[in-house]
Design a protein around this ligand. Structure first.
Ligand SMILES: Cc1ncc(COP(=O)(O)O)c(C=O)c1O
Length: 1008
């Protein structure tokens, strides 16, 4: 039979589909695949099936793709192009008279995962999320052919036994046979209960299409789809992502987490996932064996199977329980399901435990925390590699000099003490270096006792250097019979002589004695005390230190042992610096809606002035932070807060000098008649109180608000924040809220060129008020930021607020100025931004910069409005106006004055604005430059005439500037405005640096 040519393909296209295009042959297992490109650049995949191909399977695919078109229109998958007679499958008689089915599919452009070899940490989560959406969209799909007899179906892995004898060498055959036997015998009851649905079933690395930057384009080839285990979908993807990675399980955790967060798996699916992954690998090995039978010389098949075989070997020997814990943890479940119960029991019984040594661990004056962390202060000289004797002498001298009896080595401390090969992970840069116990440094020979009843589980002398030395493990049980274990490491050899496995040990009984180096594993004398919720089948070989990559699971396996020791302070070291760890913990415990700056979030550990530093001591110029107004951790402000905190902190129901001094100083910065102040704790509280004041005073309810504005996160403020109620997840405009256009002279209804632009925007308010009055709904108040922050650094045109206030007041409404973002001299020429518009509001709300990061905020108003609020209902705010907050507020005012920060805002802000304007001449991307003082914005557009927003470019600029040592954010309804609002202490040199780096960044920004 003659092979079909590209000409045949081109004929089919013309005859069946009415498309004239050129065809290129692609590799394919059974079907003939052609890449089609039309003259106009449209691309397709043409599939020509062998004669006799089962049409019902093609129909399954056609129907599934059509179904996905309606349930998941955004998913990037091929779509079916019908023939000229509207058939999804075409019929073509080939040159030798055989009838063949054809299908034409849309083409996904990009690189296959197998060729792109992307960074799994970046591309994996996107793939996981994609597959989850796909499965969610397919969950209710059904088709007569979805249950089919197919060798790639993991449900029928037993069919692979047909070829098991073909697998060479025998050890591999046995490994594969073990996998199959486990699935078909031991696990079959659990597998039978797994959720099933139609799945793609082949997210292998040749079916995943990526962009050049590793982001996902989509998934192709629905040939293998069928009704099978839902978890099979992600298992297949894992099987292809895992090979050649030193920590295969760790590699797929973020991908799994992303799947689970979109389409939650049940616990059984998570626990059987590794078995399903192995099933897929075993299937692939068996399928290759079938092909080898037909094509014995196929070297390629053998080579391509190598990584799979290596992975299967690896998975067969890896600690399965630990691996499952890691998968569970990635899905937000307690790694060990029993751990929470054990921890709760220990917490409930914490006062019942006996001392583990003769020293009193409940007396903090007798304990000294020893910092052995990577950059810790208590190592003699990290580079000097001290001998055990030197280290021992050094530590015990420290303990003695401090008057303590016992040195405490912390739980979860990351140390670089663990130097021997024992702590290295094969083929991996990772090392086990995070301490899972608490060390009690005390002299050799001290007695160690059991803190609670138990029995001897195991003991051994792990005599290798840096191992546990003589070690004992006791087993205990909670009242509900859940077992847990305590481990005592680095004992003396004699300790083991008295013990036998199973021996009952009562609370307070002697366990052994602290050993000495070198026989204790060659450490300074101490007890390594560890709590364990499982022994992972490792007995005395259980680990006392973990890798950062496995820490998530180990925290559940080895919880904080201080639950038993009763040390009255935290013995847990700061969480080691892994942004992956922190990100996953945040997602789990703080909720998914909490966003993070940057694709790769940064862990800031310290701030000084206008700079922030990460845990690697990288420095960034902070162009975002309008909260730490006078500079991060300003020493004067810090000292004021510390001093007052050490003296007194109480509430406003007691007299205190600070509140009176502060209120006078603060109020003095406002024009009359603004003279009464309420202290609260956040900008939101301030705005909520402002609304209450306005409602009470005006005895009206309706409010006028500005489009794209944001005033806070309380329910009352979501109601008045157009950015929220009209944005994603918003419930729409409440009936008592009346919106008016944002006074945006660049892109809004009225533009800069109009000399009366301010008045025109104000007239829109007047018109809205007329409507309100006509409906007998007069406004209680008009609330607006004096300059629009979230709206995209909007500087209202001259006259806007003046006219707006006139209209509002003429209708008997109050004018509220939200100065939460823009106050305290940021505009340079004045303390308050409303002053730049020549108005005096009735109520002003303050927040963010007022406490330089300390939660403090305020409402300032006229006496009549404050008096009207005195209805008999007390206004009490537990924290608002407390002595510490007032001390900090005072210090902030001092620094603004002493360091002449408003003048600095004018000077440096002016330089930045000039710099932006000159960049605007050079880079067409900058459509508009606007701002006053240190409240500036640059709006990016792709076209200066159409004003097409350059949102993607703005976000890429922010990412790129991060790599140039500058932190910047975007804002505005189209998210295309570079928002500049640095601490007020920024210098001219910083401004120049920012402009030159932005210049380079914009030059490098080429469209995708
Ligand atoms: C203009 C404006 N008002 C009010 C708030 C709410 O302040 P907080 O987050 O302190 O409650 C914000 C916060 O971003 C704001 O930008």
């Amino acid at each position: 039979m003659r092979a079909l040519s590209t000409t045949d393909a081109e004929n089919i296209l013309r005859q069946l589909y009415g498309i004239s295009a050129s065809a290129n042959r692609l590799p394919g297992e059974l079907d003939l695949n052609f890449h089609i490109r039309t003259d106009s650049g449209d691309q397709y995949l043409l599939k020509i099936y062998p004669p006799g191909r089962d049409g019902s399977v093609l129909d399954l695919q056609n129907k599934a793709l059509a179904y996905l078109g309606s349930t998941a229109p955004d998913l990037r998958i091929p779509r079916v192009v019908t023939t000229q007679s509207s058939d999804e499958t075409g019929v073509w008689v080939d040159p030798v008279g055989a009838t063949r089915s054809t299908r034409l599919l849309t083409w996904l452009s990009g690189k296959l995962w197998a060729e792109a070899k992307p960074d799994v940490a970046k591309s994996g989560p996107e793939l996981g999320g994609f597959l989850a959406k796909l499965d969610k969209a397919l969950v209710n799909f059904s088709h007569p052919t979805m249950v089919r007899d197919y060798l790639w179906d993991l449900q029928h892995i037993d069919r692979q036994l047909e070829v098991i004898e073909q697998i060479e060498p025998i050890v591999m055959r046995e490994t594969v046979a073990n996998v199959i036997s486990r699935l078909t015998n031991d696990l079959s009851p659990q597998l039978a209960d797994l959720p099933k649905q139609v799945i793609h079933n082949d997210a292998n690395d040749r079916n995943i299409v990526l962009n050049a930057d590793g982001s996902l384009v989509g998934l192709i080839d629905f040939n293998d789809m069928l009704y099978s285990y839902r978890a099979g979908e992600i298992a297949v993807a894992c099987a292809y992502v895992m090979p050649s990675h030193p920590d295969p399980v760790g590699t797929v955790l973020p991908m799994l987490a992303a799947y689970h967060s979109e389409n939650p798996l049940c616990e059984d699916e998570i626990e059987l996932l590794l078995d399903l992954i192995e099933a897929r690998i075993a299937t692939s090995i068996c399928m290759a064996a079938r092909q080898i039978v037909d094509d014995p010389g196929n070297e390629y098949l053998l080579v391509s199977q190598k990584p799979f075989r290596a992975l299967l070997d690896y998975l067969a020997t890896e600690n399965r329980e630990l691996a499952i814990y890691r998968l569970r943890d990635a899905c937000g479940l307690p790694a060990n399901s029993k751990a929470p119960k054990i921890i709760r029991w220990l917490e409930q019984n914490r006062h019942q435990f006996a001392r583990v040594c003769d020293f009193d661990l409940s007396d903090p004056t007798k304990l000294l925390t020893i910092d052995l962390s990577v950059d810790g202060s208590d190592m003699p000289d990290a580079d000097a590699s001290p001998s055990t004797a030197e280290l021992s002498e050094h530590l015990f001298k420290k303990i003695k000099d401090s008057g303590a009896d016992v040195g405490i080595g912390r739980y979860l401390e990351r140390r670089n003490l663990y130097k021997s090969d024992r702590f290295l992970i094969a083929d991996s840069p990772e090392q086990r270096d995070i301490h899972l116990g608490i060390d009690l440094f005390m002299p050799a020979g001290e007695s160690i006792y059991a803190p609670l009843n138990g029995k001897v589980e195991a003991f051994a002398n792990n005599s290798n250097r840096y191992d546990f030395g003589p070690v004992v493990i006791l087993r205990h049980d909670t009242d509900d019979g859940i077992p847990f274990w305590t481990l005592y490491g680095h004992l003396s050899e004699q300790s083991l002589d008295r013990l036998r496995v199973g021996q009952a040990i009562e609370q307070g009984d002697l366990v052994g004695w602290v050993g000495n180096y070198p026989k204790n594993g060659d450490w300074p004398p101490h007890l390594h005390f560890q709590l364990l919720t499982t022994l992972l089948g490792m007995g005395t070989g259980i680990h006392g230190v973990a890798t950062i990559g496995q820490l998530d699971a180990w925290e559940s396996i080895s919880p904080d042992p201080n639950l038993l020791l009763g040390i009255p302070f935290r013995c847990r070291a700061g969480v080691p610096s892994s942004s992956q760890y922190l990100t996953s913990r945040r997602r789990r415990f703080l909720g998914k809606m909490l966003s993070l700056f940057y694709e790769q979030p940064i862990k800031i550990v310290r701030g000084k002035g206008q700079y922030l530093y990460d845990d690697q001591n990288n420095r960034w110029l902070d162009m975002i932070n309008n909260v730490c107004h006078v500079g991060h951790c300003h020493p004067y402000v810090v000292a004021a807060g510390q001093a007052q905190m050490a003296q007194l902190n109480t509430n406003t129901r007691f007299l205190h000098d600070n509140i009176v001094e502060y209120v006078q100083r603060l109020v003095a910065t406002f024009p009359q008649p603004l003279s009464v102040c309420f202290f609260v704790n956040s900008g939101s509280e301030a705005n909520d109180l402002a609304l209450r004041l306005a409602w009470t005073y005006s005895k009206r309810r309706d409010l006028l608000v500005v489009e794209h504005s944001y005033h806070g996160h309380l329910s009352s403020l979501i109601d008045i924040s157009h950015y929220k109620f009209a944005g994603k997840g918003g419930a729409g405009c409440p009936d008592y809220i009346w919106t008016t256009p944002c006074p945006d002279g660049y892109r809004g209804r009225f533009r800069y060129a109009d000399p009366e632009v301010g008045q025109h925007y104000a007239s829109t308010i007047k018109r809205q008020i007329d409507t309100m009055l006509a409906r007998d709904r007069p406004p209680a108040a008009f609330i607006a930021e004096s300059l629009g922050g979230v709206a995209g650094q909007i500087i209202p045109p001259p006259g806007y607020l003046r006219h707006a206030y006139e209209h509002v007041r003429a209708a008997g409404g109050l004018c509220i100025a939200d100065e939460v973002q823009v106050g305290f001299g940021r505009v340079g020429s004045a303390m308050w931004a409303f002053e730049t518009q020549g108005v005096i509001p009735d109520i002003v709300t303050l927040g963010k910069p007022i406490g330089n990061g300390h939660p403090l905020a305020a409402v300032i108003t006229r006496p009549e409005i404050a008096d009207a609020f005195n209805t008999g209902m007390e206004y009490f705010n537990t924290f608002g106006g407390n002595p510490v907050s007032c001390a900090i507020g005072l210090a902030v005012l001092d620094v603004i004055r002493n360091e002449n920060l408003a003048a600095n805002a004018t000077h440096v802000g002016g330089l930045i604005k000039q710099g932006l304007e000159s960049l605007q001449q050079k880079h067409s991307l900058i459509g508009d430059v606007r701002g006053v003082g240190l409240f500036l914005g640059a709006e990016l557009v792709r076209d200066r005439d159409t004003l097409e927003p350059a949102t993607e470019e703005a976000n890429r600029a922010v990412e790129a500037l991060k790599h140039r040592g500058i932190l910047l954010s975007t804002d505005g309804p189209l998210d295309n405005v570079l928002k500049i609002k640095p601490p007020m202490c920024i210098t001219a040199a910083d401004a120049n640096y920012f402009i030159s780096e932005l210049d380079k960044t914009l030059a490098e920004l080429t469209l995708p």
